[in-house]
Design a binder for this molecule. Structure first.
Ligand code: FES
Length: 83
């Protein structure tokens, strides 16, 4: 069995006030649309100690800062679309 890709969104209060909820919806929608739910372990985490750069998300070992809804789609494409 291949390893799952881990996607983590910071659910800390600072990232919350910077719009992390929109990221969660956008990621869920992306995973559903591309039938990736089985290949991904998607969950939330507490503060990544990078609050002034939030919203923060992590894909495997890569941390992304200042993520918005447009940026999140590019990040997901870079991990899942192999052109
Ligand atoms: S609340 Fe998200 S990095 Fe601190």
């Amino acid at each position: 069995m291949s390893e799952k890709t881990e996607i983590v969104v910071c659910l800390g209060s600072s990232c919350f006030s910077r719009g992390n909820r929109k990221l969660v919806s956008a990621i869920q929608e992306y995973l559903t649309k591309n039938s990736l739910e089985e290949q991904v372990y998607f969950h939330g985490n507490h503060c990544f100690s990078n609050c002034s750069f939030g919203p923060i998300m992590k894909v495997n070992d890569m941390i992304y800062k200042d993520v918005d809804v447009l940026k999140v789609l590019d990040i997901l494409d870079s991990h899942f679309k192999k052109f």
